[in-house]
Design a protein around this ligand. Structure first.
Ligand SMILES: Cc1cc2nc3c(=O)[nH]c(=O)nc-3n(C[C@H](O)[C@H](O)[C@H](O)COP(=O)(O)OP(=O)(O)OC[C@H]3O[C@@H](n4cnc5c(N)ncnc54)[C@H](O)[C@@H]3O)c2cc1C
Length: 424
């Protein structure tokens, strides 16, 4: 017999004499079991919505998402390399609907934490008992004057949100002459997906190797060194892509000259045929508009036991938008794990139950170094009550010894699993 999490908790409170706590449970704004609004149906938001419905089917869950489909950033670098199609990384939201999640297509423009209400761009409002905000990242174009206009942003893609930008960059790579130069600019950490840029270099190199062998790649990394899986990426660059990649650390840009197709650095200018500038990032705009940003004008501080914002009661933030705990990457894997901590805490808080005091998170991240071989990094993070944050578990996790085809198969398995866990 299947027992739901809610039934389990009811049973625990009855048998453990915890009914006094259960008696304090707040009821939903509409007098029912509770209403949750989730902003953003990416990795964090979709997983939270699904798990709340799965663990507490009495709670109403409404997700507001501006997009019509889920387009995965993980595996999207393969589209640039011609090793996957955009359809391979695009999925619908039907699975969430089947779970009883109400999906609203729209843009949230405000969260009124005092009134427990979110407002959409069309003027409509949604009331909530708890709101979960997982808006991902937005780009700090104000730091790159030459890329402030929409035209400039179209001409110089970031492809750091999968979808039309991924396709635009792929088309530019396809249109580039053999012997041309692709320039990738990497922002200073922290940014979404630490190994992502280095995987992208491998994917573009894989494409050039097959289709445009005279072409070159210049990597302008703002960071002093490769920030993730260094030895494994270097093995690919110095092995199968030898002579194709010119990696330049400490190369933070000052601006981009779109007409001249030039990235301007402090002491140098670098011209290219295709420029791929990934700007510095901050929490998605709705976090800023709602006063949820609490660190460095960029990220949202949260209580990691519940993902509740330190700035607004009843508002939970997760995924890339958060101020990462030590050693915690901004990844889909992490957003999916945080979502489960958040979903469980939201249910507990609505039901007046104590939240789990010892949550754990795990992260695994694969990178393809060609179309058919991949590498991984994994880590485990436990909640440290003294430090009130997650910290990496010493000795847990690690990286691949070397790239392999077996890992490429595992990587596709990882992707299919996380897509199902998030959306179905
Ligand atoms: C090239 C690349 C490769 C990557 N590869 C990996 C990988 O292999 N493994 C891995 O673990 N991670 C990977 N990542 C990182 C991963 O994509 C992110 O960490 C993850 O998407 C974060 O989830 P999120 O919920 O915070 O944000 P998202 O998944 O970006 O979801 C945010 C959602 O909110 C919606 N939204 C935002 N604001 C509003 C609003 N106001 N109203 C309505 N909707 C709104 C957006 O449309 C979006 O759907 C990669 C990233 C990139 C760029």
């Amino acid at each position: 017999m299947m027992i739901t999490r809610r039934e389990f908790l009811k049973w625990v409170s009855a048998t453990a004499g915890a009914s006094a706590i259960a008696g304090c449970a707040t009821t939903g704004a509409g007098g029912g079991a509770g209403r949750v609004v989730v902003i953003g149906a990416g990795y964090g938001g979709a997983t939270t919505a699904k798990y709340i419905r799965m663990w507490a089917p009495d709670i109403e869950v409404t997700v507001v998402e501006r997009g019509t489909e889920f387009v995965s950033c993980p595996m999207s670098n393969l589209v640039l390399g011609g090793n996957a199609t955009i359809q391979d990384v695009t999925m619908g939201y039907g699975g969430l609907r089947d779970r009883g999640v109400q999906l609203v297509r729209g843009e949230v423009v405000a969260i009124d934490a005092a009134r427990h209400e979110v407002r959409l761009a069309d003027g409509s409002t949604l009331g909530y008992d708890r709101v979960v905000v997982s808006p991902g990242i937005d780009f700090m174009y104000d730091q790159i004057p030459g890329l402030m206009s929409a035209e400039a942003q179209d001409r110089i893609p970031h492809a750091w949100k999968a979808g039309p930008q991924t396709m635009a960059l792929r088309k530019q790579l396809e249109a580039m002459r053999d012997g041309g130069v692709y320039v990738l600019h990497i922002p200073m950490m922290p940014y979404r997906c630490p190994p992502g840029p280095y995987e992208r270099i491998c994917q573009v190199a894989d494409y050039f190797r097959k289709a445009k062998p005279k072409s070159k790649i210049i990597v302008l990394d703002s960071n002093p060194d490769i920030v993730s899986k260094k030895g494994l990426f270097l093995a690919a660059w110095n092995g199968m892509y030898k002579g194709m990649i010119d990696y330049r650390p400490n190369s933070e840009l000052t601006d981009v000259d779109v007409k001249g197709m030039t990235v301007k650095l402090h002491f140098d200018n670098v011209k290219g045929d295709v420029l791929n500038v990934v700007p510095p990032q901050k929490a998605g705009a709705i976090a800023e508009k709602s006063g949820l940003i609490t660190a460095n004008n960029r990220w949202c501080g949260v209580d990691w036991l519940t993902c509740e914002s330190v700035a607004a009661k009843g508002v939970h933030v997760l995924g890339d938008a958060t101020l990462s705990a030590p050693g915690m990457p901004k990844s889909a894997s992490m957003a999916n794990q945080q979502a489960k901590v958040c979903a469980a805490a939201v249910i507990d808080l609505i039901e007046g139950q104590p939240v789990n005091s010892q949550p754990m998170l795990m992260n695994s991240c694969y990178s393809f170094v060609s179309g058919t071989s991949a590498v991984h990094v994994t880590s485990l993070h436990h909640y440290d009550a003294g430090q009130k944050t997650f910290v990496p578990v010493k000795g847990a996790g690690g990286v691949s010894a070397q790239a392999s085809e077996a890992e490429a198969n595992f990587a596709w398995g990882w992707a299919k699993n996380i897509w199902a866990d998030t959306l179905v």
